[in-house]
Design a protein around this ligand. Structure first.
Ligand SMILES: Cc1cc2nc3c(=O)[nH]c(=O)nc-3n(C[C@H](O)[C@H](O)[C@H](O)COP(=O)(O)OP(=O)(O)OC[C@H]3O[C@@H](n4cnc5c(N)ncnc54)[C@H](O)[C@@H]3O)c2cc1C
Length: 466
């Protein structure tokens, strides 16, 4: 992964806008850029366009979307920005936060109206940190569906997407202007393609254990449940070009990966009343603060595991999610009519769990918070029959990356944009502050879709304006 001198470049073809990475960010950038009529192409290392996006639940936040308005949800860019800032403690690039919050609803409308991506508003529960319902998802709530629909849209627009193309090097001059890239096919043959502008949409470094050890040691022992092809290439190229990086310790963790099954058990189960117990049947934290920061709490428990403990009501709620259906089919979910039976199945101390449940009932009745600051509602207390699933803490993707401005242009240490380099999605600095606890649900696909769209649009405008 290096920067080669521009004068050495011998391109077999040229495009106006070249995009590295065909995940959610790359495909949104490609669609937006191609609306200008300029020539666009996407290079993807894998044999099909999947990325982390296809592993995701595909839930995208959008404030002020038409779908929200139709459901009488009162939301605005300001409310969304306030939610992001509250979670990330204002430890972000405020220009980028404001721009993303302002454009998030338009991105949803654009995907639905322009490209017939069948997103709907997710109702029934509010994700941690969001003050209103603003998540939009595909019918089966899966990232695979999202990637399938985006790939179809790219194909319909006849945008060239070259797969099995691992980009290894960029060509640039001393002014940090990029002239093209070199990529390798599976036979080891190199191709060179020239461009007027380059968009880095090849995500972060979660698939690079050395970088994870260096930048985020706290999660390095967590299970990696992201896309293995994301090796931090954008960051390494950017650094070589003098780009600024920020929040390199930030990441999306998850405290609900079914242990031994590799299936995420999503957080509505907790937000609607579920709890996490360690192998001694004890709670150990405020699970409702968020799934990302809870990952480290789970990893600190004996055997780096916990039981997500819930009941039939929550089981019914979770049936909406494809991942949960997979966990059921795989046999990861325990079920029993009584507390004694479920504790026997999970090898938990019944007396201890019973004590915990009684304490929660008392707290709910008194309206007081527990010792970790969580409040329990009397109508959401757990009751027989019970369910449980053994989980561990995982790393999903990294949130630190190349600093960009509100147009998704990569900037240098003086905050000046590099001549023709953009980044979005996991390649760019996110809006989650500097650790795991600033990640509000949806930040991953917000920066992938909206920053990708902004990058594509701005790159095209800049070229057209000369
Ligand atoms: C289980 C799970 C659930 C999640 N659920 C959600 C959710 O519901 N909502 C949400 O907002 N976020 C969610 N996320 C996070 C979200 O999926 C990511 O933040 C987002 O998909 C990142 O998009 P991207 O386009 O930047 O990267 P990706 O989708 O990972 O795409 C990057 C692409 O670049 C390619 N690439 C990398 N290096 C090169 C190279 N050198 N040359 C060519 N190609 C290259 C990769 O192969 C990959 O296809 C979830 C993540 C996981 C793991």
């Amino acid at each position: 992964m290096s920067i080669l001198p521009a004068e050495q470049m011998n391109a077999s073809m040229d495009v106006d806008i070249l995009i590295i990475g065909a995940g959610g960010c790359g495909l949104c950038a490609a669609l937006a850029a191609s609306e200008s009529g300029l020539e666009v192409a996407v290079l993807e290392r894998d044999s099909s366009a999947l990325g982390t996006t296809s592993m995701s639940t595909g839930l995208i936040p959008g404030a002020g979307s038409e779908l929200q308005r139709a459901a009488d949800i009162n939301d605005s860019a300001q409310t969304f920005a306030a939610d992001i800032n509250k979670k990330a403690a204002f430890n972000t690039n405020q220009n980028v936060v404001d721009k993303l919050a302002a454009e998030s609803g338009c991105t949803i409308d654009w995907l639905v109206n322009q490209y017939q991506i069948p997103l709907t508003l997710v109702t029934g529960f509010t994700y941690p940190g969001h003050s209103v319902l603003r998540m939009h998802g595909m019918p089966g709530r899966s990232g695979q569906e999202l990637m399938g629909a985006l790939s179809q849209a790219v194909e319909d627009q006849q945008i060239p997407l070259v797969t099995d193309a691992l980009v290894t090097d960029l060509y640039a001059d001393d002014d940090k202007r990029v002239y093209g890239v070199r990529y390798k096919d599976p036979d080891g043959e190199f191709e060179v393609i020239g461009c007027r502008t380059l968009i880095l949409a090849c995500c972060g470094f979660a698939g690079n254990q050395d970088m994870v050890n260096e930048y985020i040691p706290e999660i390095s022992k967590g299970e990696f449940f992201g896309h293995p092809g994301n090796k931090g290439d954008a960051i390494r190229w950017g650094l070589s070009l003098g780009a600024k990086t920020a929040d390199m310790h930030a990441y999306q963790g998850h405290a609900g990966l079914a242990k031994g099954y590799g299936i995420p058990i999503l957080w509505p189960i907790i937000m609607e009343g579920g709890i996490q117990l360690n192998k001694h049947g004890q709670r150990f934290s405020n699970e409702s603060l968020g799934y990302s920061e809870q990952a480290v709490n789970v990893l600190q428990q004996p055997d780096a595991e916990a039981w997500t403990f819930y009941d039939e009501r929550l089981h019914e709620l979770m049936l909406d999610f494809t991942d949960y259906q997979h966990a059921l089919e795989a046999g990861a979910i325990f079920q029993a009519d009584t507390l004694e039976e479920i504790c026997a199945q999970c090898k938990l101390d019944t007396d201890q769990v019973n004590k915990t449940l009684n304490e929660l009932a008392q707290l709910a009745e008194s309206g007081k918070e527990d010792e970790y600051g969580r409040q329990f509602s009397p109508d959401k207390l757990l009751q027989a029959p019970y369910r449980a699933v053994k989980v561990t803490g995982a790393l999903f993707h990294t949130q630190g990356g190349l600093e960009v401005d509100e147009h998704a242009r990569v900037v240098n240490d003086d905050e000046q944009p590099l001549p023709n380099l953009y980044a979005g999605g996991g390649a760019a600095r996110g809006i989650s502050g500097s650790g795991a606890d600033g990640y509000i649900a949806g930040n991953g696909l917000l920066t992938a879709t909206t920053l990708g769209r902004i990058a594509g649009q701005h790159a095209a405008q800049s070229i057209k304006q000369g």
